[in-house]
Ligand binder design. Structure first.
Ligand code: AMP
Ligand code: GLY
Length: 425
């Protein structure tokens, strides 16, 4: 089959490398892909948010199946448009993608169906939001309702900071229309766990758990980013936590979406916090996490493309979904200096050929075949190991072989997980 994958980051590279292994896949188009993805797929220079051009491409090329990976085209309704042309897709339609597209929607869904999450209020009026902040305990969390590339969440230590945050979103419109509605929410404490799942609306199969490292700098300092590295599995996701999640969060969410007439098909991502009162939902995403996919998919032992076909036709219960549960993976992101603030592009990169797996997130290929940086997050250097210490050690050994003088990376990816494992002993 000929498969069209929408997106051009590290996550899409991980998806493409995995589906390429399937005997069912003949050819992969990546729209737009990137200079690294070009080794594994035919890149087509059409942006992931250019919906009419994507649909036109799919109609005029032999595309048998589409994988829509990023949040923006999902929330904008690309799956609906492709399905209307008879192209089966992996990914939720617009009605279901709202679970990520609107935090107000997802919070109301959780409240209505008793799914554990932080206490919250939603506001469209700035004065009311300000008045509410005056009554809140601090720290308090202020969130823009819509998509904001992982940056629309401000954790405020003081009321003054929270008032500033509300102003930034509602008056200065720092996140555009995404901040026209804000959610003000209770601050939760505890380790974070990401669990991606496959679901066709009838069956939900959780993937191996993972841990993101969202802050830019070592020791969880610095600004929030899209994610600076990941490990899997996450030691905080114990069998007891997993059981509570399946019973109180995962299945209830799938059923709630069905009840709302918004049945979800694709990868449903649960961003969880393991609090002293049990696991609670921090956020839902309607897609694979980035860089969570970069550690979860290498541990998948069965055929990703076959699973995607089953999800799309509503037969996930019959799919073979197996992970290397007793192994581990680590992905360390190399980003351009300055990220997540402003950064330049076009810096030279060199990656030896015989390294482990390097997922390319933001790089361009020059005519002479060399790679230059072309984004904030540039590479996801990933290794699988027999256990977490081995995966971490191998990923950092690979990093030391890569030359990217204008880049930086966190030196402590996986250290919190290692400390948790030591405590268990
Ligand atoms: P989100 O985009 O909703 O995942 O939020 C980004 C990050 O902000 C999360 O990964 C958490 O680290 C943090 N965060 C979000 N909501 C809360 C909360 N209610 N309490 C504590 N931290 C939070
Ligand atoms: N790594 C977090 C996300 O994909 O939303």
């Amino acid at each position: 089959m000929n498969v069209m994958v929408i997106g051009g980051g590290g996550r899409e590279h991980a998806i493409i490398k995995k589906i390429k292994q399937s005997p069912k896949v003949d050819h992969i188009y990546a729209l737009p892909g990137n200079g690294g993805i070009a080794r594994d797929a035919e890149c087509v220079p059409i942006g992931a948010e250019d919906l009419p051009a994507i649909v036109d491409f799919a109609k005029t090329h032999p595309v048998d199946f589409a994988v829509v990976a990023p949040d923006d085209p999902l929330v904008m309704g690309l799956v609906d448009l492709l399905q209307a042309e008879g192209i089966p897709c992996f990914g939720p339609n617009k009605r279901a993608a709202i679970i990520e597209g609107s935090k107000a929607f997802s919070k109301d869904l959780m409240k209505k169906y008793g799914i554990p999450t932080a206490e919250y209020e939603t506001f469209t009026d700035m004065d009311q939001a300000m008045a509410y902040v005056e009554t809140c305990a601090v720290p308090v969390v202020v969130k823009a309702d819509g998509l904001a590339k992982g940056k629309g969440v401000l954790i405020c230590e003081t009321r003054e900071a929270a008032i500033e945050a509300v102003k930034t979103m509602m008056e200065d419109k720092a996140f555009g229309e995404s901040g026209a509605t804000v959610v003000i929410e209770e601050f939760l404490e505890g380790p974070e766990v990401s669990v991606l799942s496959f679901t066709d609306g009838k069956t939900l199969i959780p993937m191996i758990s993972s841990m993101d490292h969202k802050r830019a700098l070592d020791g969880d300092k610095g600004l929030n980013t899209g994610g600076m590295g990941t490990i899997a599995p996450n030691p905080y996701y114990t069998p007891e936590v997993a059981e509570a999640c399946e019973e109180e969060i995962f299945l209830p969410t799938m059923l709630a979406m069905n009840r709302e007439g918004r049945s979800f098909s694709g990868c449903l991502y649960f961003g969880l916090m393991v609090t002293k009162d049990g696991p609670k939902v921090i956020e839902y995403n309607c897609r694979f996490g980035d860089p969570e996919a970069q550690v979860v998919l290498p541990l998948l032992e069965s055929d990703l493309f076959d699973i995607m076909l089953h999800v799309a036709d509503g037969t996930l219960a019959d799919a073979d979904v197996r992970f290397a549960e007793d192994e581990a993976a680590c992905c360390v992101v190399m980003a351009t200096k300055g990220y997540p603030g402003s950064y330049g592009k076009g810096y030279p990169l060199s990656i030896p050929d015989d390294l482990g797996t390097v997922y390319v997130a933001g790089a361009k290929k020059l005519e002479d075949g060399s790679l230059v940086s072309n984004g904030g997050r540039v590479l996801g250097v990933t290794e699988r190991g027999k256990d977490l210490p081995e995966a971490i050690q191998k990923a950092y050994a690979d990093i030391s072989e890569i030359s990217f003088p204008d880049g930086f990376y966190r030196k402590d990816i996986g250290q919190r997980a290692l400390a948790a494992l030591k405590e268990e002993e």
